[in-house]
Design a protein around this ligand. Structure first.
Ligand code: ADP
Ligand code: MG
Ligand code: MG
Length: 883
């Protein structure tokens, strides 16, 4: 087997295409070498050797050793140095490098090959004994730490003591003799602690370091990280062995790291830090403060210390040149590591750089303008879910956060306001122009108007799919839920957080992206939807096949969604309209009515209200398709529950409290989500459907007159399991449509379809499609009914399931492709068999989940529908799904 790939002197056996074999670091070292860039010569042991090492009882096989020795001979030839002997000793770095960079892997060992003899030779050869002893002490400390597993802090203590004794501030002040003394202290420490000598034989050092890299693949941290990120154990890690170059060789030497563009703003200018007379680990270790690479960076950081641009102009010029060459070559922003040895620049690493979402946008757009990448590639370079960060105000990263509580990051963005404890107070305050954060232990549908009025929502109970979380995401309002460490004492209007008790009117800030609650007001950054964002979106729109609609219940939601690019409404939940203001009273009158006559009277009063809502909605959507779902939830959700509420309502309605209580009790259901709801209500009380259908058609007429754009309402019947259910309801809708058209003297095009949210409906889709003109997959309920898991109770055990590895993802967040997905596939296929032009869409929470959107593309749905703030995410994900 070929275990070893060499690189050096402008040629390499590997290339960037061989990341699987060589690991990311090794593949890119080979690539840079092939490009003719100055890379110290070296070799890469392939990742496959890692599994071989484990199969071989954690022993390095002789075959591998022989190939490594041959590779090192090659390095000796190129450098004119010899490993472990002679006047010009060769020192090596041993570096781990898996396919993806991974915390938990072994730290690099530098300066390997030094011992009591070679340190002398190195000093002579360099004409600099201080440099040689500095390298030796570094080597002993690193090797003892990562190979012999002796805590590096004990070495640092020794060094600190020595510096104190000598009255020095910086490591660079120690002389050769002083370093030599430190080395002897280090060596005795190792003997004392481990009862063995520090290995003097360079071969022993080498295999020790290589074995440590392989062993770190199975370290607890690495194993955990792999589990969390689905990285197969079988990949293994490669090992890179490379000639050392020395950044610690006096004041014309340095080491540094750089990004080819600014990783937080995306600006096209080199950005990075370096340290004079230092080696790699010093930059991150924080021993000395690094200096800026560019003058621009120095000025903006307000530093007095000279930039590399000023201090080492030639090396800087070469570095800038290489950075642009790398960018052109990789067509991607690079994160590089380099070292300068006595004025000569060496490249030690390059890889795609991590960046903020804002920077990712700017870089992608700039690279299209620079003709480095295509528009489609630019679209692929943005992580859809990261857009969340851009669509909401966020806390300025420079702010110091005074955290008084933490919970789940339920709805992104940050918001500041006075705390209030009831929905009513939130409404009043917002009418007075005050900004508030609504605090509730948990929210319920009655809180909707208060949630709308609030800047942000904080609950102390509930998970990511709790009412507060789902509604807040839908409204695009920042929300933190389940802040269990905080206590809301609503009666006394107190919020008890970590170390503070706040009262009504005190100001807090919530960070719905981080799940944090902060004290007071903080500096925010406002979202920016034009510019780079706009251009990426335009390219995404050009690429995608599926349409993106929104779930919107109010004209305000619809307007927000259109500003984010929604192309229709995929789900308007009419019941939400009944919780607003006084309407709840009319609704209650309807529900509590003794008979049909009473119900009809209440419905007559609700009709103009609904018609008005629909008209505004149609006006906002201006001819775009609007799917309206008929009344869905169980009726008792609208009714008062506590004695206090019952007393209030009975007074307001002039109804006897006892009678009211009796009626409420009669409507009680043991399992309401599977109870009297959806089309079952429509069948029990057809007058409700008739009112809603009339409101919809009359609104369509009104909107057509007002805007001149004809809407095509799509009326959606919820929770259908039987074709006969749909037939019954559709007949009522068609009759009303006929009436309204006759009254208005105009034709209205409309569709009647159903939500597929019961397994039976999915299986009988070909039959239901005979009556249904469209299907919309209601994946929240379909997940609930397929798994038989109540989504309101799931938070009690789903996290345990995830922790114990029973399931990987919460199926209410990321679609269960195997089960729920199979039903969707079946329904889509059977539905289309009956009606081949049938419109198919999805309107559950999954409609805004990028992975689920890929699935929707795969099975050929016509559109996805999601909450307004997820519309851009869906547009991007839908584009990526076809590119
Ligand atoms: P990591 O994956 O943690 O970045 P690296 O293997 O890149 O680890 O090594 C960290 C640092 O060690 C490098 O950035 C560089 O400063 C230094 N280093 C590694 N190899 C060499 C070398 N051959 N010569 C000089 N310094 C090196
Ligand atoms: Mg590195
Ligand atoms: Mg449903």
């Amino acid at each position: 087997t070929k275990w070893v790939y060499t690189f050096g002197n402008g040629q390499a056996e590997g290339s960037a295409l061989e990341g699987e074999r060589l690991g990311g670091k090794g593949a890119n070292l080979a690539e840079m070498c092939n490009l003719g860039l100055p890379v110290p010569p070296g070799l890469t042991i392939i990742a496959g050797a890692c599994s071989a090492y484990y199969k071989n009882g954690r022993q390095i096989a002789e075959e591998l050793k022989a190939q490594v020795r041959a590779g090192i001979e090659g390095i000796e030839e190129i450098t004119g140095r010899r490993f472990g002997a002679g006047d010009r000793p060769l020192l090596l770095s041993v570096r781990s490098g898996a396919r993806v960079s991974m915390p938990g892997m072994m730290d690099t060992v530098l300066n390997l090959g030094l011992n009591d003899e070679t340190v002398q030779a190195l000093g002579h050869d360099a004409g600099d004994a201080r440099f040689a002893w500095d390298s030796y002490r570094r080597f002993i400390q690193m090797y003892a730490d990562v190979v012999m597993r002796l805590d590096h802090e004990v070495f640092e203590e020794i060094l600190e003591d020595e510096k104190a004794r000598l009255g020095y501030e910086f490591d660079t002040e120690l002389t050769a003799n002083e370093w030599q003394h430190v080395v002897s202290l280090y060596k005795s420490l190792i003997e004392e602690e481990l009862g063995e000598e520090f290995p003097q034989d360079p071969e022993v050092q080498l295999w020790g370091a290589v074995g440590a890299v392989f062993a770190s693949w199975m370290s607890v941290r690495a194993v955990t990280y792999r589990q969390l990120h689905n990285i197969p154990e079988g990949w293994g890690t490669a090992v890179n062995i490379q000639a050392m170059v020395f950044g610690n060789h006096g004041n014309s030497s340095a080491t540094g790291v750089a990004f080819t563009r600014n990783p937080s703003t995306g600006n096209k200018s080199l950005y990075g830090e370096f340290l004079v007379n230092a080696q790699g680990e010093d930059v991150v270790a924080g021993i000395r403060t690094p200096q800026s690479i560019t003058e621009e960076g120095r000025i903006s950081s307000g530093s007095e210390r000279p930039s590399m641009e000023k201090l080492m102009p030639d090396a800087f010029k070469e570095l800038s040149g290489i950075c642009s060459e790398l960018e052109t070559h990789y067509r991607e922003m690079q994160d590089i590591e380099f070292t300068i040895e006595r004025g000569k620049l060496w490249m030690l690493q390059t890889r795609a750089g991590k960046r903020s979402t804002r920077a990712a946008m700017k870089i992608a757009v700039d690279m299209v303008d620079e003709k480095l990448i295509t528009e489609e590639e630019a679209v692929l370079r943005i992580e859809p879910s990261s857009l969340d960060q851009l669509l909401h105000p966020t806390i300025d990263p420079r702010v110091t956060r005074e955290i008084i509580g933490t919970g789940l990051p339920a709805s992104p963005g940050a918001a500041t306001g006075e705390i209030v404890f009831t929905a009513e107070e939130a409404v009043t305050a917002s009418e007075e122009g005050r900004k508030v954060i609504l605090l509730r232990v948990e929210t319920s549908p009655e809180d909707i108007h208060g949630m709308h009025a609030a800047e942000g929502i904080l609950t102390t109970r509930g998970g990511m799919t709790s009412h507060a979380a789902v509604v807040a995401r839908g409204m695009g309002i920042p929300c933190v839920v389940g802040a269990g460490g905080m206590r809301i004492d609503a009666r006394n209007e107190r919020l008890i957080g970590v170390g503070v008790t706040l009262k009504k009117g005190d100001v807090i800030t919530i960070d719905g992206s981080a799940g944090q609650v902060l004290k007071g007001d903080v500096q925010m950054i406002q979202p920016e939807l034009s510019g780079d964002f706009g251009r990426i979106m335009q390219w995404a729109d050009r690429a995608r096949r599926m349409t993106v609609r929104t779930n919107a219940d109010t004209p305000a939601d619809a307007r927000a969604a259109r500003s984010f690019g929604a192309e229709g409404i995929g789900l308007c939940r009419t019941e939400h309209m009944f919780f607003e203001g006084d309407r709840i009273h009319l609704m209650r009158e309807m529900i509590l009515a003794e008979d049909e006559t009473g119900r009809r009277a209440a419905l007559d009063s609700l009709l103009p209200v609904q018609r008005h809502d629909f008209t505004s909605l149609f006006n906002v959507m201006h001819g775009l398709p609007v799917t309206i779902r008929l009344l869905d939830p169980p009726l008792h959700e609208f009714l008062p529950k506590t004695d206090e509420e019952i007393a209030d309502v009975s007074a307001a309605m002039g109804m006897d409290a006892a009678a009211l209580r009796q009626r409420v009790d009669a409507l009680h259901e043991f399992n309401p989500m599977l109870g009297h709801r959806g089309c079952r209500l429509a069948i029990s009380y057809p007058e409700i459907v008739e009112m809603q259908a009339r409101a919809i058609f009359e609104a369509a007429v009104a909107a057509a007159h007002e805007t001149g754009a004809a809407v095509v309402p799509e009326i959606m019947v919820p929770l259908v399991g039987l074709r006969s259910e749909l037939d019954y309801v559709k007949e009522r809708i068609d009759a009303i449509a006929g009436d309204v058209m006759a009254e208005a003297g105009m034709r209205i095009d409309y569709l009647v379809g159903t939500m597929i949210e019961l397994p039976r409906a999915a299986l009988r889709a070909h039959i239901i499609a005979e009556a249904a003109e469209f299907f919309s997959f209601g994946t929240n309920d379909l997940t609930q009914t397929t798994f038989g898991i109540s989504r309101d109770d799931a938070s009690a055990f789903i996290p345990t399931y995830q922790r114990k590895g029973i399931i990987e993802h919460d199926p209410f967040i990321s679609l269960d492709f195997d089960g729920v997905g199979e039903l969707i596939r079946i329904a889509a296929e059977r539905g289309r068999r009956t009606r081949n032009d049938m419109k198919l869409g999805i309107c559950g929470e999954h409609g805004g989940d990028p992975v689920s959107i890929h699935f929707c593309e795969e099975i050929g749905l016509d559109y996805v529908s999601c909450s307004p703030f997820r519309v851009p995410i869906a547009r991007l994900a839908a584009a990526q799904a076809v590119i």
